[in-house]
Design a binder for this molecule. Structure first.
Ligand SMILES: [Zn+2]
Length: 170
């Protein structure tokens, strides 16, 4: 049974858990996959733009580091979202699609679109707040990217026994 993905707003001031490192629809991966022990990864010298608590994967808290650029890390490589989603099980598929959208949103909402001041995360909400303009920005999560990826999955070569794209949306 695939591990269950459950989105939730987690406080990134809390320690522990697992973390994904994202940059421009790519994720950092090593031989264990895309999830790293969060405290360990944060001790590496990474250009972190933003950190968000994403939810729970198989019951474990999952966070996201959005990076300025895809830096090299020993034993790791950067892998494209689409390829990772096609390889993974349903829980991984949902987690990575969600993480990539939150990461892109976080990158684009570090500064206020009106006054260009730094935005601040809103505790307990998936939102960024400008204290000067008193406005908040929320991510708009699009299912269209997931449809795009599942269409691609239908064109897989015969004999590929992994779950078809349509099942992944259940
Ligand atoms: Zn503002």
């Amino acid at each position: 049974m695939p591990a269950r993905w459950q989105p939730a707003v987690l406080d990134s001031r809390e320690p522990g858990g697992w973390v994904l490192a994202h940059c421009q629809q790519h994720f950092l991966a090593d031989s264990n996959g895309v999830l790293f022990p969060r405290e360990w990864l944060k001790r590496q010298d990474l250009p972190i733009l933003a950190e968000h608590g994403l939810g729970y994967f198989a019951g474990d808290p999952i966070y996201l580091l959005e990076l300025q650029q895809p830096v090299e890390l020993a034993g790791c490589s950067w892998q494209g979202l689409r390829q990772l989603m096609l390889q993974g099980d349903a829980g991984t598929f949902k987690m990575l699609g969600f993480a990539s959208q939150i990461g892109t949103w976080a990158r684009q909402h570090r500064f206020c679109g009106s006054c260009a001041g730094p935005m601040q995360p809103v505790p307990g909400e998936r939102a960024m707040h400008c204290p000067i303009c008193a406005i908040q920005h929320y991510p708009r999560l699009s299912p269209s990217m997931i449809v795009l990826v599942t269409r691609g999955a239908e064109s897989r070569p015969p004999g590929d026994s992994s779950a078809g794209g349509r099942h992944l949306l259940d």
